[in-house]
Design a protein. Structure first.
Length: 203
């Protein structure tokens, strides 16, 4: 009697990364359970899906946690007090642009695109962690401007919230540029121009 083949093992970590890419590319609402099950190991059954992840929302939350602990770390340098304020901002912009344009995962930033990830009111809560991450990054930019003012690198009359918002607007916009396949070299050159906003303010 022929022996039956061993059942395919379920690699949960690999499945989580695949789910992250689906949510990153399509958003929460637009990613269906059918897409998730098809993308996780070639068609995971519904019982196996729920046993492994609990629910679509629970899976999304786990994917967000994974994203924030890995890809989103490119802007944590904004809180690095060992970096000069201007350097911290420029580093965050360049690292973020590089990450958003690299191959191997969807283009753009899941944190920035997440604002459109769950447009239906009943699902709005699932993007709260992404909203908090955007708020943290915005606060980091403002913090760097405030450090620049305190260090005498920017005039006392500089409005930290305003300059921080200018820089944050560009950072959020990188996601759309990357998603539209704008070459990284073009975005990187644009960052050089954007940083002149700091230099003009410092004159």
């Amino acid at each position: 009697m022929a022996r039956m083949g061993r059942p395919r093992t379920f690699d949960r970590d690999q499945a989580l990364e695949q789910a992250l890419h689906l949510f990153w590319q399509h958003g929460y609402d637009a990613t269906s359970l059918a897409q998730l099950k098809a993308g996780l190991g070639g068609g995971i059954s519904a019982p196996s899906f729920y046993a492994a992840f609990g629910s679509k929302e629970a899976l999304f939350n786990e994917c967000v946690e994974r994203y924030l602990g890995t890809y989103a770390q490119v802007t944590e340098c904004l809180w690095d007090e060992s970096l000069a304020p201007r350097q911290a901002i420029e580093t965050a912009l360049r690292q973020s642009a590089r990450m958003q344009c690299e191959d191997g995962h969807p283009r753009g930033c899941m944190v920035a695109l997440g604002v459109m990830s769950a447009p239906s009111p009943e699902n709005a809560r699932v993007t709260q962690a992404l909203t908090r991450s955007r708020q943290r990054t915005r606060a980091g930019l403002v913090h760097c401007v405030e450090r620049g003012i305190e260090a005498g690198q920017l005039p006392r009359e500089t409005q930290a919230e305003v300059l921080g918002t200018v820089l944050d607007s560009f950072l959020q916009g990188i996601s759309i540029l990357a998603r539209d396949n704008t070459p990284h070299a073009v975005i990187d050159a644009a960052i050089t121009r954007v940083m002149r906003v700091w230099d003009i303010a410092s004159d």
